[in-house]
Design a protein around this ligand. Sequence first.
Ligand SMILES: Nc1ncnc2c1ncn2[C@@H]1O[C@H](COP(=O)(O)OP(=O)(O)OP(=O)(O)O)[C@@H](O)[C@H]1O
Ligand SMILES: [Mg+2]
Length: 263
Amino acid sequence: MESKKTILELNKVSMHFGGLTAVDELSLDVKEGEIVGLIGPNGAGKTTVFNCVTQFYKEYTGDIYFQNHDGDQVDLRDYKVTDIAKLGLIRTFQNVELVKDLSILDNLLIGAHHHYETGIIQHILHTKKARSEEKRMKEKAYEILKFLKIYEIKDFYVAGQPYGILKKIEIARTLMSDPKLIILDEPAAGLNDQETDELETLIHQIRENYHTTILLIEHDMGFVMNICDRVCAINFGKFLAMDIPKNIQKNPSVQEAYLGKDE
Ligand SMILES: Nc1ncnc2c1ncn2[C@@H]1O[C@H](COP(=O)(O)OP(=O)(O)OP(=O)(O)O)[C@@H](O)[C@H]1O
Ligand SMILES: [Mg+2]
């Protein structure tokens, strides 16, 4: 089997909140094109790992490397949280974060601004170039909305949409940024069985159609086992195991971590 490039690498990453060690010398890697699951009981440190990767927290120790658009490994610490998306690293949040009093379409368009080649002045002056760029972004948004089967409702407000739709809008927004790596924090949380099945298919389609890599946190073990190529299990911020789903399920230390937990 051809060995794939590492797109994300964590090397002994630790993160403390006062006296609490939320992430403890965690090392893991994600290869190009993989779907990787990060699992662990409540409070295991999963979201904190994502917040370190996306540079929302900068106080971590250890190193986090990412493969940029040119194929070079960069140290994410050198980038501001606001510049991470430009590298092609895009996230969604555990609690859906959308602008509720804008339309679904506008939620996609506001996310795309760092992709504009024209400056703010050109947009204010409404130059020809700015107009053509807006058109291009709109067409891109339409294509994504069609792919996610929410094109028909694109002009509706986000407020009042069911949870399953909100999750799709979040995913749609990540696709606007030409992601190399999408990281999803509990994408299946709050979804019913049918929506969860649909999301499984969707995540596979995203990987195929948009040539992305996906790293996700999820409590729904069925979902994780069905869609992930590899799973990394952590507990108390510490690495337990990283393996194919079948082996993770059988792993004694993973079983122990979940014992007595209502997962
Ligand atoms: N901003 C913060 N300040 C202080 N402690 C925090 C902060 N964020 C997380 N923690 C603590 O760090 C630990 C890891 O939290 P984290 O949210 O990363 O866990 P998680 O694995 O995402 O949990 P869940 O499955 O419940 O989402 C927990 O003990 C949590 O209380
Ligand atoms: Mg979390």
